[in-house]
Design a protein around this ligand. Structure first.
Ligand SMILES: [Fe+2]
Ligand SMILES: [Fe+2]
Length: 316
């Protein structure tokens, strides 16, 4: 059993430089959605099905909506925090410690250090947001069984690469994800004006806006890192990495289309709905996300062409 942190240490931690930065605060505006519907289209699915309304008859529909959106908020920020610390910080630490075939100069290393600090701060903001929402709503997060979906795909694809290039593959994937995150945050913010998001709490957007301020910068650095890395490895390594990169693009595009299937199925099951409905829900989700998924997929191909990892004619 994990020990609880003594009050004295908790208070002392408040003097850390990171905690002196201003971060978004969740205000009491009852009845607002904590998470945008466009980021969790399962709500639209549930509301479109007469038969589900009947199954849910014991619970109020409004409670279901609040519960699903709150769980989705928890899921989103937990995944983000884990991805940014485990994968992005790790990849940047590798730049500083010369862990790749390509060695980076001092300027790269200094910027990589700032990114580690930024990501630590983003993770802190995500965890702080989770705490604020849980304290205000009293809704406990459901227990999750699987690791982060992007991380899971990354581990699967890495197995396709020779062991000596595993570190290098981490750098490639982290660079792709860093470059994409800014695009993803931007899409989220643009969706603010959609009709279905009219009732979304400003808190979510403040968190995204804060985050995007750093991620636009990170995205440029990630592209530069990937381009420099790719230009300086030999053909043998390129040929070894390429099939795994293609596989990553394919699998990650599916996550954008279908969302985290396992998480969405867990939500549907916890609502007491059957497998057939879960299946319909997943298809509805993919249909709803079709445009976003297309854009993210195109961005992935573009950034890989821009950094000369893919050649426009052959690979894309
Ligand atoms: Fe971040
Ligand atoms: Fe970042």
């Amino acid at each position: 059993m994990m020990q609880t942190i003594p009050e004295a240490i908790l208070n002392w931690s408040k003097s850390s430089s990171i905690q002196s930065k201003k971060i978004p605060e969740l205000l009491n505006d009852h009845g607002k959605d904590i998470f945008p519907i466009s980021s969790q289209p399962l709500i639209k699915f549930i509301e479109s099905r007469e038969d589900i309304y009947q199954t849910l008859s014991n619970q109020s529909i409004e409670n279901t909506r609040t519960w699903v959106l709150t769980q989705s908020f928890y899921h989103y920020f937990n995944e983000l925090s884990s991805l940014e610390t485990k994968l992005i910080c790790n990849a940047n630490a590798g730049i500083i410690s010369d862990s790749y075939t390509v060695k980076f100069d001092r300027d790269f290393k200094q910027i990589a250090s700032t990114i580690i600090i930024d990501e630590g701060f983003h993770s802190f903001c995500s965890l702080n947001a989770l705490r604020q929402v849980e304290e205000k709503t009293g809704i406990k997060p459901i227990k999750r069984h699987k690791k982060n979906s992007a991380e899971h795909i990354f581990s699967c694809c890495r197995k396709m690469v020779e062991h000596q290039y595993w570190n290098d593959f981490t750098l490639v994937v982290a660079s792709i994800l860093e470059a994409l995150l800014a695009k993803d945050l931007d899409l989220c913010l643009r969706a603010k004006n959609r009709v279905e998001n009219a009732n979304t709490n400003e808190f979510f957007y403040s968190l995204q806006e804060n985050h995007l301020r750093d991620e636009s910068r990170h995205s440029c650095f990630a592209l530069l890192t990937l381009e420099s890395f790719w230009a300086n490895i030999n053909d043998q390594e390129r040929n070894n990495l390429l099939p795994a990169i293609h596989k990553f693009v394919e699998l990650y595009s599916a996550v954008i289309s279908f969302g985290d299937k396992e998480f969405n199925c867990q939500i549907i099951t916890e609502l007491g709905l059957n497998d057939e409905i879960a299946n319909d829900a997943i298809n509805f989700y993919a249909e709803y996300k079709r445009q976003d998924a297309k854009q993210i997929h195109a961005s992935m191909l573009n950034l890989l062409i821009q950094t000369k990892v893919f050649t426009a004619a052959v690979d894309a």
